[in-house]
Design a protein around this ligand. Sequence first.
Ligand code: ADP
Ligand code: MG
Length: 207
Amino acid sequence: MSLTIESTVTWFRKFDEKIQANKNTLTDLDQSIGDGDHGINMSRGLTEVIKTLEGKSFDTLGELSKAVAMTMIGKVGGAAGPLYGSAFLKMSIKMGTNIKLSDVELLDVLKEGEQAIIHRGKSSVGEKTMVDVWSPLLAEFAETSAINWEEFKTLAHKNMLATKELHAKKGRAAYLGERSVGHIDPGAMSSYLLFESLAETMIEGGH
Ligand code: ADP
Ligand code: MG
């Protein structure tokens, strides 16, 4: 299986659909431990990402990912916009002029995205952020040459649920301290939806 320009567009279409369908849930989660704007931020941003992707054709994966990054930086807002934007920008550099990525290459690209989030957010595992979905997921598949995308999706979901028990150390939720325990992190949920969309794209693509 490989990720192509066409399947990357499918990935973002799915991500957009899931963000729009879960907009209220993301907002509710952010209302519990933040300021309640994550659903609105992501919904607005993904609508713009889809407009960007529909308005232009892309010759390389690097170009496509850079366009996604710039739209996210400009349109998502909050903490999540610059974080996702930095991830896709760093990923675009790694993708470069490729038009196709194998599972191993895709994992390397995602790893760049993870590092960009960690660098930008000065965050690490266990601080109740989107990093708690990205890092353990990519670590689990680090030695894999062909990803089992069902397992990938299941683990991303498990990582999202596990943020519930964590005490927030970064982002707005950190102001709540111990009271942040008992709620899923909103950014962890949007990152799960990103990875669920990718897994479904790869499963359906089947090539
Ligand atoms: P804001 O907190 O500015 O309102 P959002 O609500 O859009 O921004 O996004 C909040 C999410 O961003 C959090 O749930 C968390 O996953 C993520 N986040 C916030 N700060 C950091 C950070 N320093 N490092 C990694 N992720 C972070
Ligand atoms: Mg917020």
